[in-house]
Design a protein around this ligand. Structure first.
Ligand code: PAN
Ligand code: ZN
Length: 194
């Protein structure tokens, strides 16, 4: 049977949807091994398991060709010189894309393909980013006083492969240098075991 159309509201200034199907909460402790400065990470987690980001998902679509959407609110802060960021993932079905619309804040989307191509795109309110199929993606909040808020849409059958990034990391990191964001090679990046 056909699914019913629906609407929801994502309003200025906080853009938290007025309803959702799934609310994901990720804290510092969910990011073990992802930040480069492990000593600082461990001492921050021991002191307080800070809230990093929340995702409000519309994930009711069940029919082939359906889309999931939602809003991600990534808070600001640093672990050493590395900005707060999302876990990041490949889609389990690699040949699926995603669109991000930045609603507030400023940041970067760090992306890479399994073949080793890398890309980093700047995000600020109004930017619409197309992440093509095959590109892993991670949002980074490069402000220290404002959330990075993005709205995303992707195919409902995409699924998430977090394991590859958990074990290998991204090839590029976004760190603060002299008060400004700077893209550097990840010294701990490791070839995925496939
Ligand atoms: C987004 C992300 C969201 C949180 O919905 O899931 O920004 O990032 P992580 O999933 O990496 O924790 C998306 O890209 N979905 O496919
Ligand atoms: Zn995705």
């Amino acid at each position: 049977m056909a699914e019913r159309p629906f609407t929801h509201r994502v309003r200025f200034p906080h853009f938290v949807p007025d309803a959702c199907d799934n609310h994901v909460v990720r804290r510092l402790s969910d990011m073990k091994g992802q930040f480069n400065d492990e000593k600082t990470y461990d001492s921050l987690v021991a002191h307080e398991d800070t809230l990093l980001y929340e995702v409000y998902e519309f994930s009711a679509a069940r029919l082939p060709g359906g889309l999931f959407s939602g809003v991600s609110v990534l808070h600001c802060g640093l672990v050493g010189d590395e900005y707060f960021m999302t876990k990041g993932h490949f889609h389990e079905v690699l040949d699926t894309a995603e669109v991000y619309h930045c609603l507030a804040g400023r940041g970067m989307m760090v992306m890479e393909t399994p073949e080793g191509q890398t890309a980093v795109e700047e995000l600020e309110a109004g930017v619409v980013l197309y992440v093509p199929p095959r590109w892993a993606h991670r949002s980074v909040n490069t402000l220290t006083d404002h959330d990075l808020v993005t709205l995303f849409v992707y195919p409902a059958n995409a699924g998430h492969d977090y394991g590859t990034i958990e074990s290998s990391g991204f090839r590029k990191l976004v760190v603060m240098r002299d008060g400004a964001p700077c893209i550097v090679d990840n010294p701990k990046w490791a070839e995925p075991s496939r």
